[in-house]
Unconditional design. Structure first.
Length: 121
């Protein structure tokens, strides 16, 4: 509702969120980066790799999409810790390359190269 001109900004102190009860954290404590993906043959292999990131590298969240060989639709991928969901969300547009990308989010100090290698095999 912020930025829509409905007065939410004037009442922001009364708008509670899930984060209000948590210990303080600074968004500078987090790191994120994008891993480009070529076409994937098997979605279950990709989702298993994504799930393993939480255990191996303390990755907190992964989100993005992948191109699956012989499928006209994008595979949407969302993960929180080891919990991964995926579904086909929309057809690939003729004007866009069939290349996926996943955004990886974790605490500062992520080993980007090792995580990218773990995702791409």
């Amino acid at each position: 509702m912020l930025g829509l001109g409905v007065g939410t900004e004037a009442d922001i102190a009364n708008r509670r969120t899930r984060h209000d009860a948590e210990a303080e954290h600074d968004h500078d404590d987090f790191d994120s980066f994008v891993v480009p993906l070529g076409e994937i043959d098997d979605p279950s292999v990709l989702t298993a790799r994504v799930a393993a990131l939480a255990e191996r590298f303390d990755v907190l969240r992964v989100k993005g999409f992948a191109a699956i060989a012989n499928k006209p639709l994008r595979l949407l991928v969302q993960a929180v810790g080891p919990r991964v969901s995926h579904q086909y969300d929309r057809p690939w547009m003729a004007s866009e390359p069939r290349q996926g990308q996943l955004v990886v989010i974790g605490l500062k100090g992520l080993d980007r190269a090792a995580i990218a290698q773990a995702l791409t095999g």
